[in-house]
Design a protein around this ligand. Structure first.
Ligand code: ADP
Length: 383
């Protein structure tokens, strides 16, 4: 029994939590080693003293009230959560505590066992967590505001873009109707005058006017076409035989080729069906037009369509001036005229070709003709 008693006393003494036992008058009757360390007192300094000595001064009055109330109905209780309790060390410093109370009936009356835990570290971490959370909340709010601002800017930008497109369309329409008509009239008048003045001194000037008017008309037509294709998102397509289209386009160039004494070899024999818009004609005529423009008189042009698995692949091969490697990609961008060789042009033809091909899900590229000159390829997915 005696041995048990000392064993229990040692449990009490060396328990890891601070334990303070108080009588019904609030006097400290026992404390253990952990409590001595926690509060910085030796037990002899505390015994018989009111428990409030371990409470910061500003809370002492309330503590006495609480203690009296507790002793009128003592029961196990856990204090601390949400209460933010503090203890005071001998040196006057404060620290956060959690307290568990448990009454103990003895022959000397009711005692209360208080187990005190230093939760400074836990509080610090909670505080840090709260601060991090607050900071995060502020940052989320800032980002949300920024995002809303960016969204507004984007809406403004979209509206401006729409307006710019509207103006562009308007401008394209003006170019077409209000410029092409008078230009057509000038051209006609010039031609009539030319007939009258055939051979004399003024005809040189008139010829120059006609050439420039032709160039303007060509430029306006191409620019209008490019603008339309640029804003188009898709083209209406139907199943058509590319061979027949290419043959018809080639026919229309016969006269020009004869004028330049050029020879055409049309190799395509079989049909090749693809889902295309009739505008594909412009692709072929642009490539043929260039092949004629950028080749010397008397040279040859070869045209073919090959049915390649998933694609109809067309090529226009010339034995002309050829294209430098550096220029091979550039010339598909608008207004890029590379080696002009004194040939008139708008620099829009191949940009139009590329746009039409893109709208068909196809592609266009150029390679060297090993015998001198170039080969332009276009590839359209088969239907
Ligand atoms: P352009 O109106 O100048 O002909 P394109 O867009 O059709 O405009 O062609 C762009 C440039 O590519 C031309 O200025 C020319 O320098 C070059 N080019 C196009 N086709 C050929 C070709 N078959 N052979 C050599 N150069 C070519």
């Amino acid at each position: 029994m005696q041995e048990n008693k000392t064993l229990f006393e040692r449990f009490f003494e060396f328990a890891p939590d601070a334990i303070v036992v108080v009588d019904s008058k609030g006097r400290i009757v026992r404390i253990n080693a952990a409590a001595e360390t926690m509060f910085g007192y030796s037990r002899y300094e505390l015994l018989e003293r009111a428990i409030e000595v371990l409470v910061p001064e500003r809370f002492r009055e309330r503590h006495v009230e609480y203690r009296n109330e507790y002793f009128s109905n003592p029961r196990p209780r856990s204090l601390g959560k949400g209460l933010n309790l503090s203890g005071e060390r001998r040196d006057g410093s404060e620290f956060s505590v959690d307290i568990m109370l448990s009454p103990l009936e003895t022959s000397e009356g009711t005692l209360v066992i208080s187990i005190v835990r230093d939760i400074t570290e836990r509080r610090r971490m909670e505080e840090e967590l709260r601060r991090a959370h607050d900071e995060l909340e502020i940052r989320v709010k800032e980002r949300t505001a920024e995002l809303a601002k960016a969204n507004d800017a984007l809406k403004d930008y979209a509206a401006a873009l729409e307006e710019a497109n509207r103006i562009k369309d308007l401008f394209t329409d003006i170019m077409h109707h209000d410029l092409l008509n008078p230009l057509g009239a000038i051209r006609l008048m010039t031609e009539l005058q030319l007939e009258k003045t055939a051979g004399d001194e003024t005809s040189r000037g008139l010829l120059m006017i006609k050439r420039n008017v032709d160039k303007l008309i060509e430029m306006i037509r191409s620019a209008g076409m490019y603008a339309k294709l640029e804003s188009a998102e898709k083209l209406e397509r139907s199943k058509l035989d590319l061979n027949s289209i290419l043959r018809a386009v080639t026919e229309s160039f016969k006269l020009r080729m004869e004028e330049k004494n050029m020879r055409l070899e049309y190799l395509a024999k079989d049909e090749c069906y693809a889902r295309v818009n009739p505008i594909i004609e412009d692709v072929f005529s642009n490539l043929l037009d260039n092949a004629i423009k950028y080749s010397p008189a008397g040279s040859k042009i070869e045209v073919n369509i090959m049915d390649e698995n998933k694609y109809c692949k067309t090529y226009v091969r010339d034995w002309g001036y050829g294209i430098k490697d550096d220029d091979k990609v550039k010339l598909f961008t608008r207004f890029q005229r590379v080696d002009k060789k004194g040939v008139k042009g708008t620099g829009l033809g191949l940009a139009i070709v590329k746009r039409i091909m893109t709208l068909h899900g196809g592609r266009v590229w150029v390679e060297d003709n090993p015998e001198g000159g170039s080969v332009f390829y276009v590839e359209v997915p088969k239907s």
